[in-house]
Structure formats: C-alpha cells, structure tokens
Design a protein around this ligand. Structure first.
Ligand code: NAI
Length: 506
C-alpha cells in the first residue's frame, strides 16, 4: 500500500456499545457515510435511536444546529449483517475486549471487504501485533484508540503493530485530525501511552495507603492542589476498582510481572469486598456523599526567631523568599538568602524546613545534623495559590515544639499544611517523578515521542501538564534523585531510574 486517503470514505463501525456509537457519531459528524453493526440483533438500531435522543437534546440546548443533528443521524445506517460492510474503505471495530473474539471478527471481515480496506481496532489493551497475526493482509490493521466519551475526548492513540504499514497508520492519523481529534502515534506495547504512563498516578497513592501514610482525602487534596482534576482515590472510585484493577493487572501481566506495575493489595481488598466505588455506593469513600471535607486545623503563629535564611536557588526558593518576606513583614524584618546551599528550604534558627528531594525527614536529619527537621512536598504549580494543600512530614525524633512550629511556618507561608507519615518523596514529588520516569521509559522504548506523551496525558486523562513539561520545570537530576531516594527506602525493582533520565542526568 502507498499513501492512503480516507477522506470521504464509507466507514463501518462494528459494535454498537458505548464506544462504537461514539465513533459512529464522530465519523458521521465529519461527513462520512457510516454503517453500524452489532452482533446482538436490534442493538445497532436501538443505539441509533438513543443517539437521536442525545443529539435532539443537544440541539434543544442550542449546542448543535438542528440541521447538523439531522444530517449526522441520516448518515448512520444500522446494518443487520456483517456482509453489508462490503464496499467500506475503513472498518473500525469496538466489540468486546477479547483477543480471540476480535481476531475471529477481523478474519471474517477480510473475506468481506476489499483488499485495500483499512481495518482499525479500538482495543484498549490487546496487542495490535497479536490481533494481526493470522490475517491475510496484516499490514492493514491499525489501532485507533479513542477515549470515553468519544465525542468529547480529543485524543486518539494511533497504534502500530509490527505488521502495520506506515501508510495505514498515517492515513488514520490524518483521518483522526479531520474528525477534530488530536492523534498521537504509538507502538503496540502494553497500555500504549496513556494507560501505561498513568499507572503511577494510582500506584503511588495505593503504596502510600498501604503503609498508612495518610487518609485518601489527604492524598487527593494534595494532588488536586498540583492541578489534577480529580485525586487518584476519587478517580479510582469513579472508574470502578474492578476496572482499574483489571487494567493494572493486564499491564502487569503483559510486562512479565515486572514489580514496577504490580497491582496493590489495597485495591484488591476493595474489589474482593465488592466496594467498587461510585457504582456500588462505596469505595474509598461513601456515595452519594463523596470525598469528606478535611478537618479544619487552626495553626498558631510562628514563634519569634532570631535568624531566618532561605536556602537554595530556583523558582521554589524564590517563592519561599517572597512568602517568608510577607510573613515577617509585620515584625519589620525579612529573611536572608543563601543561594549556593545544597538544599532548598528555610533555616529557622537551628530548625530546618526542607523541600523534599526524595529523602525522608529522618535521613535529612542525619545529613543536616539536627533532629529539628520537617520536609515539605514539591509545589508544582507556581505561583503557589493561597491556601493550597501541601503535604509535609516531621522527623519522628523532632521535639513537639518543632512539630507544631513546622505546621505554623507552612501556614504562615500561605499554604494548607497536611501532615503525612515520614515517607520518601511525600505525595506530589513522588507521583510526578514516577509519571515522568514512566514517560521517559516509553520514549526510550520508542513507544512515542516526548511531545506525543505530553499531548496524550493532557488530552487522554486531562493531566494539568505533560510529563516532559513537568520535567522542564523541574530538573532531570531532581526527578532522578526522588526515584533513587524511593529505591533506597524500598529496595526492589519498582523504583528504577529510566536510562533515558540517567543519560541526561550525566
Ligand atoms: P460495550 O460492551 O459497551 O459494547 C460492545 C458491543 O459490542 C456490544 O454492543 C456487543 O453486543 C457488541 N459485540 C460483542 N461481540 C461482538 C461481535 N463479535 N460482533 C459484533 N458485535 C459484538 O463495550 P465498549 O465499552 O464500547 O468497548 C468496546 C471496545 O472499546 C473494547 O475493545 C474496549 O476495550 C474499547 N474501549 C473502551 C473504552 C471505555 O471506556 N469503555 C475506552 C477505550 C476503548
């Protein structure tokens, strides 16, 4: 096959479930004649009726011109037999997520469609290479992975297996753009881009919950302050723990049980107990109540100090200097600054309030030669919004006085301090570092380009920034340092610094 153009093509969508109907709608809205088939009799016609009601609703609200709604519907033709896919230039399958069922369907289709018809699969977890195995023309199969809800989510992962011809992937890439989507090329590897890179967002929180570092609502609050629309616990409750556990398990298994992707006992217990999240009325939280409010803590004012110095360079140290200056203004003095310091944070007389570099407070206490140490999480959104949640941990060997003062100082700097057990990398630093690391490995392995990873995470799961954007605002050494510190504490295979980062750190 040489260059292909699927503009104006007749498209057949197989599977009239949530995804199939969405794909049919998007294709029809872009002007394609669409045939819709489902193995369950009447399902395609029913789906069209439901879609008609949805489009009417949108037209009634003024969100869609009534003529456009009518034209879209008129282009969708439910078909009662697979044979009616004949003559299509593109067939997209969105049937049940099962390798042998999908493979059987694709083989049946080959006997029906023309030799140059492109076959696309919306699979979210099955290898495109494996699906192509056994086809007469395996080079025409490509992954076209949409996100739910299809009409609203912009991302399409265009997945190439070993057999997929580049011209086929390119044609689907161009077609996705014509459908108003943002396509990203990826190789057929477990989880593709989004479902792979997103693993640590859940995994790190589950690891923190396993060791009882904090309550779910505390972890959620910290990550929401970092710009994520939903915290990992409320998000897992929404997705459903059964689904999230299954995806995690499939990525784990597909990676030959690499411990980095190991599912969590915390989640398995929820699944075993039928506490599946929103849909079952209880997961981490109870529904309809949802995430409980954090207890309101009243912090005393910081005690008068003799000497205050802001240590470190860069935007977080600059923020600290500004915030400390504002906090001390009423007393008529400001902090000193020591830019060349090995750590970032505040020296308040003999006590140290340190920005996490991954090391827990007890290790920092040893390194800095004092027990009066507290460590705070990395603010990834600058300038730091007033009152935003920020995790911190105090060294277990610190005095009660410093424990209270550490929180008092953070509150005086304008954040809402949320206490955690003394864990390495706290919440945001640890999670973001692991997301960046996973993305770095994906790029190293040729799964996608850095820009593709950024676009995929922002558009596929609404991340506030892409992993490589976070990296640009942080530093390779900083990210690698946090992961190395996690490895020092936990040992094992989980916290391995990606060779992509190692090369750049050197
Ligand atoms: P669904 O269960 O809503 O719909 C599947 C439809 O396929 C059903 O109507 C079923 O009757 C039909 N079907 C099953 N076997 C068939 C066959 N052999 N021939 C024709 N029709 C058949 O499932 P959903 O959620 O729409 O998922 C479909 C595919 O999309 C799966 O591969 C899934 O992994 C993938 N996907 C799902 C996402 C989601 O959030 N639900 C997101 C991205 C991909």
């Amino acid at each position: 096959m040489t260059q292909k153009n699927l503009g104006g093509a007749t498209v057949t969508v197989i599977g009239a479930g949530i995804m199939g109907v969405g794909i049919a709608q998007v294709a029809a809205q872009a002007g394609h004649a669409v045939r819709l088939y489902d193995a369950r009799e009447g399902a395609a016609a029913d789906a069209k009726k439901k879609l008609a009601a949805t489009l009417d609703g949108l037209a009634a609200k003024g969100k869609l011109a009534p003529e456009a709604a009518q034209a879209t519907l008129a282009r969708i033709e439910p078909i009662g037999a697979l044979g009616e896919a004949q003559g299509s230039a593109l067939v997209v399958e969105a049937i049940v997520e099962n390798l042998s069922v999908k493979r059987t369907l694709l083989m049946e289709l080959e006997a029906i469609v023309d030799a140059d018809c492109v076959l696309a699969t919306n699979t979210s977890s099955i290898s495109v290479t494996a699906l192509a195995n056994g086809l007469t023309r395996p080079q025409r199969l490509v992954g076209m992975h949409f996100f739910n809800p299809v009409p609203l989510m912009k991302l399409v992962e265009v997945v190439s297996g070993l057999h997929t011809e580049a011209a086929v992937a390119d044609a689907i890439f161009e077609l996705s753009k014509a459908w108003g989507k943002v396509p990203v090329h990826t190789r057929s590897t477990p989880g593709f881009i989004v479902n792979r890179i997103a693993r640590p967002y859940y995994a790190e929180t589950l690891a923190l919950l396993l060791e009882r570092a904090a309550e779910p609502q505390v972890l959620d609050a910290c990550l929401k302050a970092a710009g994520f629309r939903m915290g990992p616990c409320e998000l897992m409750d929404l997705i459903g723990h059964d689904t999230n556990f299954a995806v995690t398990h499939s990525v784990y298994e597909a990676n030959f049980f690499d411990k980095r992707y190991a599912p969590s006992l915390v989640q398995r217990e929820l699944v075993d107990g039928g506490l599946l999240g929103r849909k079952s009325g209880r997961g981490f939280y109870r529904y309809p109540e949802g995430v409980p409010a954090l207890p309101v803590a009243v912090h005393e004012a910081p005690a008068t100090a003799r000497e205050i110095t802001v240590h470190g360079d860069g935007p977080i140290a600059d923020w600290l200097e500004q915030a400390a200056t504002a906090a001390l203004a009423a007393q008529g003095w400001g902090p000193a600054r020591e830019r060349g310091s090995a750590w970032t944070g505040l020296a308040i007389d003999a006590a140290r309030l340190v920005l996490t570099d991954g090391r827990p407070a007890h290790e920092l206490a040893r390194a800095l030669g004092t027990h009066e140490v507290a460590v705070f999480d990395r603010p990834v959104v600058l300038p730091v919004a007033a009152g935003s949640a920020l995790a911190y941990a105090v060294h277990d060997g610190a005095s009660e006085g410093w424990r209270t003062q550490a929180a008092a100082w953070l509150a005086a700097l304008g954040v809402t301090p949320l206490p955690l057990a003394d864990v390495p990398g706290l919440v945001v630093a640890r999670t973001v570092a692991m997301l960046v690391n996973e993305a770095a490995d994906a790029v190293l392995q040729g799964v996608c380009m850095a820009e593709g990873a950024d676009a995929a995470m922002k558009l596929g799961v609404n991340y506030p920034a892409g992993p490589f954007e976070w990296l640009a605002r942080w530093s390779v050494a900083g990210v690698a340092g946090v992961i190395a510190a996690l490895d020092t504490t936990y040992r094992g295979e989980r916290y391995r610094v990606s060779p992509w980062l190692q090369r750049r750190a050197a």
